[in-house]
Design a protein around this ligand. Structure first.
Ligand code: SOE
Length: 407
């Protein structure tokens, strides 16, 4: 039997088609460029949005590859210089999906030119860049021009539901945050030296690429920020073959020539939040068998939650206020109509995937812009993560036990 699963906010996604456009100019068209485009195109089909997102132009250095991407996704215009994207009259939002070294120049120029910005994570490669991006975003907000950083996992229904449980007090006083992000895509020493393994392009390695998600998620779910950290980082494979020109997550080597890996392969750190919770973090691309395991456990005086992205439709919840004989972790399928985002999708139990987190991000940005408010996570949130990344690197470099995180 067909089930009614439409909550009030999504009663007529069909109406989105009649709404004024929100025109997106996409910078970059690799993995993130594709998933962002798919998100912009799907969002108005499932959610009732006040504006109708539409990707009007894509920018990439290689005109042929950018052209192929445009054809695949039905995008009308191709640019090869991001400055042209920013100058365009048919673009309202610049969506930045390029390596970290280009985030600051593109985001700042876009905000100054009156374009809203969605910038992939981590916000920047350095604290100085992050601070100038925050300054540009604060200045443009006064003109109604807004910026958001793409910590997309906030759009996972189970993560958003965990945050709601914390806000409702169901966990009580939070004592522990335990966060791990485990991948294994560079275990092979002959996997090439793609941009994510180059400090001048990516800023850092597993730390900034995936550890940054953990830092953001921990702060988002618990509402607490780290005040100090103590860290270890390691680079297990220090030289790798140079990649072919189109190198991405599934790159091939161009030849025999090898280059230096200039980022961490793994980062481990502990920390204390401003409210006194103890936290531990692990980010690695060397956890053989783990593909995209984001494991987050929060323990509070009244209960705990546990989440693993490899089972992203589930949240485990322990209610410590129940009699001991009845308590214990129980699995909640976060697919009911009144769970965050879930009511816009399939009947309960059918489940969502990685791509929906980006669709929910696009929904949040569209609604915030239509309402004239700053979308979250903000550039300030992104700059906080950047401060933690820098403190982790400083602690790992000099072996200091407790490195303060400036706020
Ligand atoms: C590679 O580690 C990567 O694509 C990250 O860059 C993304 O942020 C994460 O969502 C998946 O893994």
């Amino acid at each position: 039997m067909e089930q009614a699963v439409t909550p009030p906010e999504n009663q007529s996604p069909a109406a989105s088609a009649q709404r004024p456009p929100l025109r997106i100019g996409l910078a970059g068209h690799s993995f993130m460029g594709s998933i962002h485009t798919q998100a912009w195109q799907s969002a108005p089909k499932f959610f009732d949005l006040p504006l109708r997102p539409e990707v009007t132009a894509v920018c990439g250095r290689d005109a042929t590859r950018a052209g192929e991407f445009a054809e695949r996704f039905g995008i009308a215009r191709v640019e090869t210089d991001w400055r042209r994207l920013i100058e365009s009259d048919d673009v309202d939002v610049i969506d930045i999906c390029v390596p970290g070294d280009l985030h600051a120049p593109i985001a700042i120029a876009a905000l100054q030119a009156g374009k809203h910005v969605l910038c992939e994570k981590p916000l920047a490669n350095t604290i100085a860049e992050a601070e100038s991006m925050v300054a540009a975003a604060r200045e443009s907000a006064g003109r109604g021009v807004h910026a958001m950083v793409g910590y997309s996992y906030r759009g996972t229904p189970a993560i958003a539901y965990a945050q709601q449980l914390v806000v409702a007090g169901r966990l009580g006083t939070i004592r522990h945050i335990r966060a791990r992000y485990l991948q294994d895509w560079i275990v092979d020493p002959d996997f090439p030296l793609v941009w994510r393994l180059q400090k001048d392009r990516a800023g850092s390695g597993a730390l900034g690429d995936i550890g940054a998600h953990l830092i953001d998620l921990a702060a988002f779910v618990t509402g607490q920020r780290l005040a100090e950290v103590s860290a270890l980082t390691e680079t297990f494979v220090t030289e790798r073959p140079l990649p072919s020109a189109s190198g991405g997550l599934s790159a091939t080597a161009a030849g025999e020539e090898r280059g230096q890996v200039t980022v961490d392969d793994a980062a481990l750190f502990i920390g204390r939040t401003g409210s006194g919770a103890l936290a531990s973090f692990e980010a690695t691309r060397f956890a053989t068998g783990r593909k995209n395991a984001i494991q987050l456990e929060i323990n509070g005086s009244a209960g705990s939650v546990y989440f693993d992205f490899e089972n992203l439709n589930e949240l485990w919840f322990h209610d410590h206020t129940l009699p001991a004989a009845e308590a214990g972790f129980r699995r909640i399928h976060v697919t009911e109509a009144d769970h965050p985002f879930a009511g816009a999708w399939w009947p309960p139990g059918h489940g969502l995937g990685y791509e929906q987190t980006f669709i929910h991000q696009a929904v949040g940005l569209t609604r915030a812009l239509a309402a004239g408010r700053a979308p979250e996570p903000t550039f300030d949130d992104g700059a906080y993560v950047q401060q933690v990344l820098a403190a982790v690197e400083a602690s790992a470099a000099d072996g200091s036990r407790a490195t303060p995180v400036p706020h």
